[in-house]
Design a protein around this ligand. Structure first.
Ligand code: BDR
Ligand code: CA
Length: 303
């Protein structure tokens, strides 16, 4: 399956990219970077660093630096650290970005791989909305959009109403759900059922010293945040769960519904069922233990 990950790396983004690189069913053909957990120049630098560390040779296209029509919220430094990788702050610039901006690159890849390309968006939906604005056929050209975002039937994580990716650009998310491609939404409804604990990271690092060891090192900060804020013993495999939904749909229970995003006021970023909108598939439940197992199995096979 041809896959592009639109990402704001980000600790769990790094895990998702490692998973995609290790998964035999996935042909990862590019990464597009967006603001969110970090500023966009840090996202693209981190994406280039990761693809190099994983021994990939794929393009990284840099995209949106801010939300549509408004200044972006501050990066999520308290969750992902000052450079996006927790306590690991010395991240070299490796290579350079693809000459096309992310939205153009997405449009171009969707045309080249018409009907085949799956786009997994694990950051704010700004680049996806921009690709849809740029090419009215983008939504038809891709096979599927899989979004990590939203909290449809459960509380949010940045506010009681909103999940972080949708909150960072509620307008973009609302535009995407107004006329969506075939879409699966992987929100907090399921990703908080995929907790990855300190011992899981340790075991991963033992089997995969180079990549698993790196993920263990960057995750210490993230695990501390989950413990302090949520009293949780592990972190959600948010973005990896979305990548897994690209290839393992039977692990998820989904409902079909249209979605609206609240774009103003106190509840900004809330994702609400809306029967007047075209339907997307919203994940309501997941085999959480299965996701954790699959993640470990695949990433442990990396050096
Ligand atoms: C999402 O927000 C970001 O902090 C994570 O990388 C993930 O994509 C979880 O709400
Ligand atoms: Ca992310």
């Amino acid at each position: 399956m041809k896959l592009i990950i639109d990402t704001d790396p980000g600790i769990d983004d790094a895990m998702a990219i490692a998973y995609a690189a290790a998964a035999p069913e996935i042909d990862l053909i590019g990464l597009t970077a967006v603001f969110g957990n970090t500023h966009v120049h840090q996202s693209s630098r981190n994406a280039r660093f990761l693809q190099h560390k994983l021994g990939l040779d794929i393009p990284v296209a840099e995209g949106a630096a801010t939300a549509i029509g408004r200044e972006c919220h501050a990066p999520s430094e308290h969750v992902h650290g000052p450079e996006g990788f927790g306590d690991v702050t010395d991240i070299p610039e490796i290579g350079s970005n693809h000459p096309m901006p992310a939205a153009e690159f997405l449009v171009d890849m969707a045309r080249q791989h018409k009907g085949e390309l799956v786009v997994c968006a694990v950051g704010p939906l700004t680049n996806i909305a921009a690709a849809m604005r740029l090419d009215s056929e983008f939504a038809q050209n891709i096979k599927r959009l899989v979004v990590m975002g939203g909290a449809v039937y459960c509380p949010g994580n940045v506010t009681p109403h909103a999940e972080a990716n949708i909150y960072h650009d509620a307008q973009a998310a609302d535009e995407v759900f107004a006329a969506p491609p075939p879409t699966i939404l992987v929100g907090l409804d399921v990703t908080l059922k995929t907790l990855y604990e300190t011992a899981d990271f340790q075991a991963l690092a033992e089997q995969s010293p180079h990549m698993g060891g790196f993920l263990r090192d960057i995750s210490r900060f993230y695990l501390k945040f989950y413990k302090e804020v949520g009293g949780l013993e592990g972190c959600g495999l948010h973005d990896s769960t979305a990548v897994i939904a690209c290839t393992h749909e039977p692990m998820f229970e989904m409902v079909e519904t249209g979605l609206t995003v609240v774009t103003e006021g106190e509840e900004i970023g809330a994702t609400r069922p809306d029967p007047s909108r075209p339907t997307v598939r919203v994940c309501r439940d997941v085999d959480g233990a299965g996701v954790v197992r699959l993640f470990t199995e695949r990433v442990a096979s990396l050096p």
